[in-house]
Structure formats: structure tokens, C-alpha cells
Design a protein around this ligand. Structure first.
Ligand SMILES: Cc1cc2nc3c(=O)[nH]c(=O)nc-3n(C[C@H](O)[C@H](O)[C@H](O)COP(=O)(O)OP(=O)(O)OC[C@H]3O[C@@H](n4cnc5c(N)ncnc54)[C@H](O)[C@@H]3O)c2cc1C
Length: 385
């Protein structure tokens, strides 16, 4: 693979870098798990969209620039290196949009993509239920056929951003008497619809990072079904494959963290050389891990551009980035030592917050135990456990 960036890519990278340098807020935005923070993040994404930088790989008519995955990876590198805000629209642009491009009708693309690009409509993911997490096929929320559409009943939980989001994509059982992966349908539902109740779930820090969502005879018209009726599992697996394999965690995120870790190491080395020396191998491992992930994802991107699916290898990918994120943050906390507990020290607070979030990495997007089962059975061909 030729790793030398072509001139157009370098030009695009320079444009992104300049725009970010001029526009990234000097002070971090308030947490997007608060109403004010959510609104501030929406406004940030609207400005990115005005600069046609919010969804660079999408066709121009939907707000993008029609660029390739390689240009998107370069965009993400610059975005994270600039310390720009977390994307409030990530469920939409990184999870739903690739699935819409694969299964959506032209009318659905025209209806849903533009307001996703400028964060006028922010999406939540409605898959998990109280009795269906790892075992998603056990889901019980149902959709009953009615004139012109469907009536939804049931409950979803752990829905990230749902406390303030506008729409949800979710899986419902649409064939009475069906079981497991059969008879499911993928629906697009406004959270403002009559019969929807959103109940925020407070996290340890008191902020509503998740919500439970209750459906009580919610009407959804036929044109808000994504893919074929009864084929929801297939459509959902397309979402999870792009999520785990490519879109949700761009390498730029970890390269930026690794770079910050190296800077922290240098600062500690001049102050407390013994503490730095004890962590030196872990710092090097973390930096190499981020670089390995960057190269691996470039390889995936080249395969995708040649028309190949991401495939079940996405599970191995997810195992790698979730472990890497914890390792990078844990090493930083070791370097910080007692300083790591000083919440009024902005640098320490950022590492600690990042560490707490990294600990969720082995759970969301499908737990790591389940990914190991998938790698064992479907990549290595081992017998089912
Ligand atoms: C930060 C975060 C954000 C999330 N956002 C969303 C969201 O937006 N939308 C949404 O729908 N869900 C979301 N989730 C929920 C997430 O998808 C589930 O938590 C996850 O799928 C696990 O389900 P569970 O919590 O019910 O755990 P369980 O399925 O009960 O699993 C409990 C433990 O048992 C293990 N286990 C279960 N089955 C097996 C098996 N067969 N073999 C080996 N080990 C097994 C699991 O790995 C886990 O360690 C989010 C979760 C987190 C932490």
C-alpha cells in the first residue's frame, strides 16, 4: 500500500486543519449529557455543516463532499488532534447513515440525511431492552400491523443521547409468534410521537447520558420502515458491522490520545524521572497500539473502497480499540500518580473522565465477551461454545 498522501488529500487536510484552528471553541463545550451542552453541540455541528465538514463522505446533495473513506480518516485525525467537541450526531452519522445508504429508499435518504448532517435531527439507538442486551435476538418490543403502518409497544433501555435526541432507530418484533432473529423489523421513530415516553437514566455523575424509552401504541407509517419487513436482523447487522469495524471509532481518536500521553510522559520525566521510567514501556506500547490500529484501519478502508464488506473481522477490531483506549488512559493515570485525583486540575480531570468512559468500551457496541465468541466461531471457525 502506498502510504504517501496524494496532493489533493494533503490539501484537504490543510483546509480542515485551518478551519478547526479558527473555529474549535477555546473552552470545552458543556457536557452533552446536559440540555445546555446538547444544544451547544448541536450548534457546533451546524457550523461544521455550513463549512461542509460534518459528513465529508456523503454525496453533495445530502450535505457532504463526496469524498472517500481515506479522506474521512484524515479528517478524523485532524478533528481529534485539534481537541474538537465530541459528535452529538454520532449515532446518526456513524451508525444509521451507512445503513440508510445500503437499505434506504431515495425518499428516505432525502428525508433523513440533510437534517442529520446539520444536527437538526439527532438520533438515538433503540436496540437493548431489559431482557435483551448481549442476547439482542431475545427482544420483545413488538410492532403490530395496522392500516397504513404499524403500532409499536414495548421498552428500550440504555439508549445513549435519547434524553435529548429527536429520533430513534430501533428493532421490533413484527411477526406474531416469531422467535430469535426471525420476524424483526427496523423502524425509524420520532421520539416526539404520541405514546413515546422518554425517561432519562442518571449516571454516577448525575447527568442523563442514557434514557429508557417506552412505546405505548405508537403509530409509525410504512415509509419509516428501513429495509424489508421481517428482515430487521439483517439490516441491524449492517449497522453493527460498520459501527465496530470502521465508523464509530476512527483511529484519529486514539492517535490523539497517544500523542497526549507522550506529552504527559515528557512533562512527568522532567519532574519525576523515576515515575516516568516506570511507565515508559506502557507509553511506548500505547503509542505503538494506536499506530497499529491506524494502519489496520487504512487496510480496511482500502478493502471497503475496492467494494468488499467490512465483515465479521469488525469484532476483532472492536476488541482491539476498546482495550487500547483503557490501556492509554490507565497509563496516563499511573503517570499522574496522586495528581490523577485532583478534579480541579483540568489535565487530570480530562484523563480521569476519559478513563471512566474507556471502561465502558468493552460493553457498548456489543460486549467483548460476545465479540470473542464471534471471532472464535466465525473468523477462526472453532466449534460453538
Ligand atoms: C456506554 C454505553 C452506551 C450504550 N448505548 C446504547 C444505545 O445507545 N442503545 C442501545 O440499544 N444499547 C446501548 N447500550 C447497551 C449495550 O448494548 C448493552 O449494555 C450490551 O449489549 C450488554 O447487554 P447487557 O447490559 O444487558 O448485559 P448482559 O447481556 O446481561 O451481559 C452481562 C455479562 O454477561 C456476558 N455474557 C452475556 N452473554 C454471554 C455469552 N453468550 N458468552 C459470554 N459472555 C456472555 C456479557 O459479556 C456481560 O459481561 C450501551 C451500553 C453502554 C455501556
Amino acid at each position: 500500500m502506498d502510504l504517501i498522501e496524494p496532493a489533493e488529500l494533503a490539501e484537504f487536510r490543510a483546509e480542515v486543519r485551518d478551519w478547526l484552528a479558527a473555529n474549535v471553541p477555546a473552552e470545552p463545550l458543556p457536557s452533552l449529557d446536559t440540555e445546555a451542552g446538547f444544544a451547544a453541540h448541536r450548534e457546533w455541528e451546524r457550523r461544521m455543516c455550513d463549512a461542509r465538514l460534518s459528513v465529508v463522505t456523503w454525496p453533495e446533495r445530502y450535505g457532504g463532499r463526496g469524498l472517500s473513506v481515506l479522506e474521512w480518516l484524515a479528517f478524523e485525525e485532524e478533528y481529534w488532534a485539534a481537541g474538537a467537541p465530541v459528535r452529538v450526531s454520532q449515532n446518526g452519522i456513524f451508525l444509521l447513515a451507512p445503513t440508510l445508504f445500503e437499505f434506504g429508499t431515495p425518499a428516505q435518504l432525502g428525508r433523513f440525511l440533510p437534517p442529520m448532517a446539520d444536527a437538526t435531527e439527532v438520533w438515538a439507538q433503540g436496540w437493548s431492552e431489559p431482557g435483551a442486551g448481549s442476547d439482542l435476538a431475545a427482544l420483545r418490543s413488538r410492532a403490530d400491523r395496522v392500516d397504513g403502518g404499524w403500532r409499536l409497544n414495548g421498552q428500550k433501555t440504555w439508549s445513549t443521547r435519547a434524553a435529548f435526541a429527536d429520533w430513534m432507530f430501533g428493532l421490533f418484533r413484527s411477526e406474531p409468534g416469531s422467535s430469535r432473529h426471525h420476524g424483526l423489523t427496523y423502524f425509524l421513530v420520532p421520539l416526539t410521537a404520541e405514546g413515546v415516553t422518554v425517561r432519562p437514566i442518571r449516571q454516577l455523575d448525575g447527568e442523563p447520558g442514557f434514557a429508557e424509552v417506552f412505546f405505548d401504541d405508537v403509530f409509525v407509517p410504512d415509509d419509516q420502515v428501513l429495509g424489508e419487513v421481517g428482515q430487521g436482523w439483517r439490516v441491524a447487522m449492517s449497522t453493527t458491522t460498520s459501527e465496530r469495524g470502521l465508523t464509530l471509532r476512527a483511529p484519529g481518536r486514539f492517535s490523539a490520545t497517544a500523542q497526549r500521553l507522550v506529552e504527559l510522559y515528557r512533562a512527568v520525566a522532567s519532574d519525576r524521572p523515576a515515575a516516568a521510567a516506570a511507565a515508559r514501556d506502557d507509553v511506548v506500547d500505547g503509542w505503538m497500539g494506536a499506530e497499529a490500529y491506524r494502519l489496520y484501519v487504512l487496510d480496511t478502508a482500502v478493502r471497503v473502497m475496492a467494494g468488499h464488506p467490512v465483515g465479521v473481522e469488525s469484532s476483532a477490531n472492536k476488541l482491539f480499540w476498546s482495550a487500547l483506549d483503557i490501556d492509554l488512559h490507565r497509563t496516563a493515570l499511573t503517570l499522574l500518580g496522586e495528581r490523577a485525583t485532583l478534579l480541579d486540575d483540568a489535565e487530570s480531570a480530562r484523563w480521569l473522565d476519559g478513563y471512566q468512559f474507556a471502561l465502558a468500551g468493552p460493553i457498548y457496541a456489543g460486549t467483548n465477551e460476545i465479540q470473542r465468541n464471534l471471532v472464535a466461531e466465525r473468523v477462526l471457525g472453532l466449534p460453538r461454545g
